[in-house]
Design a protein around this ligand. Structure first.
Ligand code: AMP
Ligand code: GLY
Length: 468
């Protein structure tokens, strides 16, 4: 099978490597020359991944049989629609389906239209005169979100990005004045987790749950980023996430997939739910229409060898064999090496020397992101997340320790969060949820009542079966 991989980051390197290990031939369109992708691809073209005509042209000339779209921007640009029109079955929703990610307002309204009670309290001001009144409706802290794609960086959370509600109101008004739409949301208190699934006509097929570290700096300080690293747990739950809450999040994914279908958006791709585990259960923070980056790297690392090409071909054509949806029972930790200043004012251009052989010999994988090859064993960092190191082990903290040890084989100037996947950090998160849920804890004002998990379609298999 020959797959076109669209995009040139670490997530796409992970997708392409997993396909390659399954015996697929890979061709790539990306704006940068990712050394990892270059290695697994038989052909690669420097094409802007959002340029639908050129992507389709390359898919044709390279005789790709299937396509998989990594990042959100090509989905928003309708590249999946263009590939399907050219009769190339594609993993990635249509532009309409991708609105679940590209418009936070659409996402909240879709859930409301279909009675999916998974949103925090939210308001959508339509003019700047509305803003102060609607801000006044929140009893506690709130969040300001621009409507469009922001690469995880445009969201302002009260208590982290601003303190006085008036500052939040000014931010919301400035978004409206620039012609954008804006969403105001109650600030949720809890632990975030990402639950991804393969979604196609035949059902919703879950992946292991993952926790991402969004803030740039250790101790969860600094600005919101696309994600500095992430971990997953051996049983595909998380230390603070019990099965019942994971199942409630899967039910929200299933009902959302049905809602998209009911509204005419045939969805063949990845659906990623970003949830906050609150005192009352999981509440949806956002949907993404693709693999998370880095969360997709955790999940793909665990994918059972051999069948990934058949699985993605099934997603692209509408029928997945549930026996192909298998993930190994191991814990994983991903840490990104980023340019100094990333998250605020990144300093690109630095060189990193990587002894990949030594790292792989220690059982850690090197996944290349926003870097360009700069000679043997050397890469040049761009302005974004450069290299992901992935460790796996039985326990999460052991996987984290492996990644830390691998850093000895990287020379150059970079920043990495050492606190990802440490015992201390995991314990803090478990304690956070325990306190939120302790009897007598301040009741959450959330109007949340997640429907009990319905029996999954027989083709999907239960999460327990997939884990077990
Ligand atoms: P989003 O782009 O919607 O994922 O938002 C980026 C990040 O902002 C999320 O990963 C959360 O850390 C934070 N965030 C977004 N919405 C909320 C909310 N309602 N309550 C608390 N934090 C939020
Ligand atoms: N890591 C968050 C995302 O992929 O959007």
């Amino acid at each position: 099978m020959k797959f076109l991989v669209v995009g040139g980051g670490a997530r796409e390197h992970a997708i392409a490597s997993t396909l390659h290990r399954a015996g697929a031939e890979i061709v790539v369109t990306s704006a940068n020359a990712n050394p990892g992708l270059e290695r697994v691809a038989t052909q690669s073209a420097r094409i802007d991944p959002t340029d639908a005509d050129r992507v389709v042209g390359f898919a044709r000339t390279s005789h790709a049989e299937f396509a998989v779209i990594g990042p959100e921007a090509p989905l928003a640009a309708g590249v999946a629609d263009a590939l399907r029109s050219a009769e190339i079955p594609t993993v990635g929703p249509s532009r309409d389906g991708a609105r679940i990610e590209t418009s936070k307002v659409y996402c909240r309204e879709l859930l409301r239209r279909h009675g999916i009670d998974a949103s925090p309290k939210f308001e959508i001001p339509t003019s700047i005169d509305d803003v102060d009144r609607l801000v006044g409706r929140f009893d506690g802290p709130f969040v300001v979100k621009p409507d469009g794609l922001t690469a995880g960086k445009g969201v302002w959370v009260q208590g982290a990005d601003f303190t006085d509600p008036k500052e939040g109101a000014v931010h919301a008004k400035s978004i409206l004045l620039q012609g954008g739409r804006v969403l105001l949301e109650e600030r949720l208190e809890g632990e975030e987790f990402s639950q991804m699934a393969f979604v196609t006509d035949s059902g919703v097929y879950p992946m292991p749950a993952v926790q991402d570290f969004k803030r740039a700096l250790e101790g969860n300080r600094g600005g919101n980023t696309g994600g500095m690293g992430s971990y997953s747990q051996r049983d595909h739950l998380l230390p603070f996430l019990p099965a019942a809450d994971r199942d409630a999040s899967l039910e929200i994914l299933r009902r959302t997939a049905e809602a998209l279908r009911a509204e005419g958006s045939a969805y063949r791709g990845i659906l990623y739910g970003g949830f906050m585990l609150t005192a009352r259960g999981p509440v949806l923070v956002e949907f993404n229409a693709r693999f998370g980056d880095p969360e997709g790297i955790n999940a793909l690392t665990l994918y059972e060898e051999g069948n990934f090409a058949a699985l993605l071909a099934g997603v692209a054509t509408g029928r997945v064999d549930p026996n192909l949806v298998r993930f190994r029972l191991r814990s994983t930790v991903v840490k990104y090496l980023v340019p100094p200043g990333y998250g605020d004012r990144p300093k690109p251009g630095g060189l990193l020397e990587i002894d990949e052989g030594a790292i792989e010999a220690d059982g850690v994988h090197v996944i290349y992101g926003a870097v360009d090859a700069a000679g043997p064993g050397t890469v040049r960092l761009g302005a974004s997340r450069g290299i992901a190191l992935v460790g796996e082990a039985s326990a999460i903290h052991e996987a984290g320790t492996r990644v830390e040890a691998a850093l000895a084989h990287v020379r150059g100037e970079y920043y990495v969060r050492h606190d990802i996947g440490t015992k201390d950090d995991l314990a803090r998160r478990v304690e956070h949820v325990r306190q939120l849920r302790a009897p007598g804890a301040k009741a959450s004002p959330l109007p949340l009542s997640v429907a009990p998990a319905a029996a999954p379609p027989s083709s999907a298999g239960t999460p327990e079966q997939l884990i077990g």
